[in-house]
Design a protein around this ligand. Structure first.
Ligand code: NAP
Length: 274
């Protein structure tokens, strides 16, 4: 089945923007969202049609549902890509910032599922959730981000089983490091030289940012989505990154804890246990 109408969250930049542009090139009609977009008056077929959405807000998701219904746009596939990262030590992260991280990365996905699954049941459509390798491996000083993506892993597995009986397929992409504005848009805890985690937290976060800047071209992810939409049956997971990222992620949960911790300590230059 060829899927013609696509809805993608977070299509203003980075991975979402590239997926949206690639799907338009492939002949799909795409509705993409951004918090900064102006409301849509009409939908132009085989083009990217940007519309406003803040996945943190119930009213915003409900407004998107109503506006697409009024425009008679029924997505055959929805790509839940909107997200951001918080970095800093878990001890020093406020509950407020922890909730903000989950509001977008986890509840943002749930809000979209809650409002749009009825449409996917109707179209026998597909749902693609953008997770992360950080949702498989708990990354130090990016713990809230990891936790939000870990939560999605369980959510997507449960959802997939629930909706398969209605002809809806659910899959998740787990990207490694890709060069986007993700690092620029990351929320840092305020630098505090008196922090018991400095300079190690800042060093680890700098290594993460460097890895992202040297990361892959998001076109690889866009090409993967093209394959996913064309496949008769999507795989449950698409792990996409460098060879070493994919290898470590695949074997991670088979490794004893001392080895897992060795890999992370070495990668992020974290001092050994006292
Ligand atoms: N880059 C990487 O290395 C990497 C690795 C693994 C996973 N990921 C995941 O890939 C996804 C896209 O990240 P990216 O790298 O493309 O980052 P990006 O360049 O910062 O783009 C983030 C996108 O998400 C949207 N967004 C953020 N908060 C939103 C909200 N509350 N409501 C609606 N839209 C929101 C932004 O749109 P507006 O600001 O215009 O609203 C923007 O289009 C995220 O889920 C991220 O966790 C990225």
């Amino acid at each position: 089945m060829i899927h013609k109408n696509i809805l993608i969250t977070g299509a203003s930049e980075g991975i979402g923007e590239r997926i949206a542009a690639t799907l338009v090139d492939q002949g799909y009609t795409v509705v993409g969202t951004s918090r900064r977009a102006k409301p849509l008056k009409a939908i132009t077929p085989r083009r990217l049609n940007m519309t406003p959405l803040d996945v943190d807000e119930d009213v915003s998701v409900e407004a998107l549902y109503s506006s697409l219904k009024a425009l008679d746009f029924k997505p055959d596939a929805i790509i839940l890509n909107a997200g951001f990262g918080v970095s800093g030590s878990l001890e020093e992260s406020s509950t407020h910032i922890a909730k903000a991280q989950f509001e977008t990365n986890f509840f943002g996905v749930h809000r979209m599922v809650h409002n749009f699954m009825s449409v996917l049941r109707e179209t026998h459509g597909r749902l693609i959730v953008v997770g992360s390798i950080s949702g498989v491996i708990g990354i130090p000083f990016q713990g809230l981000y990891s936790a939000s993506k870990f939560a999605l892993e369980g959510y997507v597995d449960a959802l997939s089983l629930e909706v398969a009986m209605h002809g809806v397929q659910v899959s998740m992409i787990q990207p490694g490091d890709f060069n986007t504005k993700f690092g620029e848009n990351r929320e840092f805890l305020e630098a505090n030289s008196a922090s018991p985690y400095e300079p190690f937290a800042s060093d680890a976060i700098n290594i993460m940012s460097e890895d992202e800047n040297n990361g892959g071209d998001p076109q690889v992810l866009a090409d993967t989505v093209v394959v996913m939409l064309a496949a008769k049956k999507m795989k449950r997971r698409y792990l996409i990154g460098s060879l070493s990222e994919c290898l470590v992620t695949k074997i991670y949960h088979f490794l004893p804890y001392f080895l897992r911790e060795f890999i992370l300590r070495t990668t992020y230059k974290i001092p050994p246990a006292k």
